[in-house]
Ligand binder design. Sequence first.
Ligand code: PLP
Length: 297
Amino acid sequence: MLRPGAPAVNRTGRLAYCRAPMKVWLNGRIVEGSEAAVSLFDHGLTVGDAVFETIAVRAGTAIAVTRHLERLRRSARALGLPAPSVERLREAVAETVSANAADRGVVRVLHTSGAGPLGSMRGEREPTTAVLLGPPPAWPATSDVAVVPWTRNERSAVAGVKTTSYAENVMALAEARRRGAAEAILGNCAGNLCEGSGSNVFLVLGGVLTTPPLSSGCLAGVSRAIVIELLGVDVVERDVPVGVLGEADEAFLTSATRDIQPIRSVDGVGLKAAPGPVTEQVVAAYAALIADDPDPH
Ligand SMILES: Cc1ncc(COP(=O)(O)O)c(C=O)c1O
């Protein structure tokens, strides 16, 4: 866990955060969290003109850090933002983990276009880059999910880009929680399954492990890519109607902090198994891979 005084999960399971002392990395140096300041005119704050990454920290090591930082740079490029090198960002992450003597936690890398006008026009100031540390989420062993009525726009300019413009995700998750679920599942404008509010989704259909393709508009999740590329399991990337999720033999979510989380129910109806045999195989292979190499790339 983080050292005393750092953010923690409180008794209600909700994240307690911003409790000093916490050190953050801001624009090149470690500073006390209570003293770190960015402009109120930062375009990341005023219009969400920014990109980010969420990286799990375990045993003092940032997991899959290279893949996450490469994606941050891809996201920045998609927005037309210059970004620090992977090496510079990797140092920033390591300095933040070390400055907080963190064993377990979550690193948030944030990169904005810097101070700018109040409208959508971007300013010409230096970007803001920050690395923050928070507590690890306490995910349950399985997840109940709810399909929400809103859709991902697979043709959006920011489809698949990890921007901080997450208000849609905040609303989707709030709706799922209102319905007693722990994660929201979104379809896309074509009516196909896309992703969770903070996760990718895999399902087993007729014995075939299946996941929506990137063309569905989902984020190119780092955990999703590890499952597809590195575990030696067969995965078919294809579009399926969003309603098919509830008919799957088994299904699971992937994300940096969840790793592989079996889905227990969809819209209040239990799946046949959670975890089912394919999910169990993926859970074990994923854990073995990360234990062997915490930064697979
Ligand atoms: C919308 C969305 N999809 C998928 C994911 C999973 O991506 P990763 O495995 O890189 O954490 C996330 C992670 O936060 C996300 O926000």
